[in-house]
Each structure stands twice: as C-alpha cells, then as structure tokens.
Design a protein around this ligand. Structure first.
Ligand SMILES: O=C(CO)[C@H](O)[C@H](O)COP(=O)(O)O
Length: 228
C-alpha cells in the first residue's frame, strides 16, 4: 500500500508526462503540485523546453529552485495546460480549492488555460462539495461586515484563516474566510452569489474549469478521466 505522499508523487509524475516541448504550463500549489514541479524540474534540466506560470509565490520559489523558466500571467498569450491539486472533487468535476490559500491566482491561471488537469489522491473525491470549508477571499477593509453578510445569508459559520495568531494575508494582500457549508447543493449558483457580495474577491469553487482528473489510490492504481 502506498502512503499518501507516495500517491501524490505518483499522480504528480504522471501529470508531468502530459507536458510537451514548447508548452506554456500553469503550475499549481500544494503538496500534490509539489511533485509535479519536481518532475517538471527534472525534465527541464534534461532539456525540456517549456515556460511556466506559477499559481503562488510558494510555487514560484520552488519552481525557480528547480530551474524551471517562469513567466508572468500577463506575458502568457495562452496557457496550454495547467496542472493543480484540489481539496474536494465532485462527480461533475466541480472543485473546492484554496486550502493552501492560493485560490485567486489558481483560478486566474486556470481560467486562462486550455486544459485544467487536477491531480489528487482518492480522499479528495466527494459525492457533494462542502465538507471541506469553502475558502472565500475578502479584502481586509470591513472583512467582519462581509463575514456577517455571508453567515446571515447562508446560516453558516465561517472562520478567519490565521497564521501565527494573525490573519493570514494572501499573496495578493487579502484575508480568507473558511466557510463551513457542510453541503453545497448548487455550487454554480453559490459561486456566482458569493462573488457578488461587496468585499469578496473570489471563492474556492471551480465550476466547469477542470478538463481532466488524475486520481491516485493506495493500491498504486491511477485513474485518469476526462470531465464533460
Ligand atoms: O488549492 C490549493 C492551494 O490553494 C491546493 O491545490 C489544494 O489545497 C490541495 O492541496 P494538496 O495537494 O496539498 O492537498
């Protein structure tokens, strides 16, 4: 039986095989995407000609340590493929992302990509989204007002994400409210509704964005499926 980290490594390495010479590649954030970056680094050092758009400062740092050429999203006319992790994946390929706090940049890079390949271990598969608290990125100004608004609208609790007893500040200077929906019956509607609340920058629902999932299992098997 493989450990969780071995499964992440396996799916990361399998996804790296999808990357062809000349491609512009969006590279995800998190402990699964870590293995993708390591595998791409190995290929780049062996001569693979690619350029990558990182989805966070953390990934940018890791990728440059691996000598992977990076470009800014502004300088990428099109991204051929983005490969990233997820916190929950439902049967329609809808996702919750942002457990690592990079949801805004991840969503922008994914939106600019021809394909979004999601790599994960089987524990991320769910029947319905919502047990994983949905990250909602908000501007720091008046964040408590936004929190009250969301909590009242949906009768839920939310928690301001912190680091070292201080509000966690995202790469783009925002805060994150982790919203405990438990069950999200209509993810597309919630995605739109949350983003219309003044002060909300974006949320971790990725709807109709993933084009393929690569899921690893403890027995070493890997299932690659297209998303309709
Ligand atoms: O959305 C993310 C970061 O913002 C990650 O992709 C997500 O949290 C999954 O991370 P991991 O692969 O470590 O489980």
């Amino acid at each position: 039986m493989l450990t969780a980290n071995e499964i992440k490594r396996k799916v990361g390495e399998q996804a790296a095989e999808l990357v062809q010479p000349g491609m512009t590649v969006g590279i995800g954030t998190g402990s699964t995407a870590y293995w993708l970056v390591m595998a791409l680094g190995e290929k780049v050092r062996q001569g693979l000609d690619i350029r990558c758009v990182p989805t966070s400062r953390e990934t940018a740092k890791l990728a440059s340590e691996q000598q992977i050429p990076l470009i800014a999203l502004n300088d990428a006319a099109v991204i051929d493929i983005t490969i990233d992790g997820a916190d929950e994946i439902d049967p329609q390929g809808q996702l919750i992302k942002g457990g690592g706090g990079a949801l805004l940049q991840e969503k922008m890079v994914a939106a600019a990509s021809r394909q979004l390949v999601i790599i994960a271990d089987h524990t991320k598969l769910v029947k319905q989204l919502g047990v994983f608290p949905l990250p909602v990125e908000v501007i720091p100004f008046g964040w408590k007002q936004v929190q009250r608004h969301i909590e009242a609208l949906y009768s839920i609790k939310s928690i301001l994400r912190t680091k070292d007893d201080q509000p966690l500040v995202t790469d783009h200077g925002h805060y994150i409210l982790d919203c405990h929906f438990n069950q999200i019956a209509d993810a597309p509607a919630l995605n739109i509704a949350l983003n219309t609340i003044p002060g909300v920058v974006d949320n971790g629902l990725f709807i109709k964005m993933a084009t393929c999932t690569i899921i690893g299992y403890p027995d070493g098997s890997v299932k690659e499926s297209g998303v309709d």
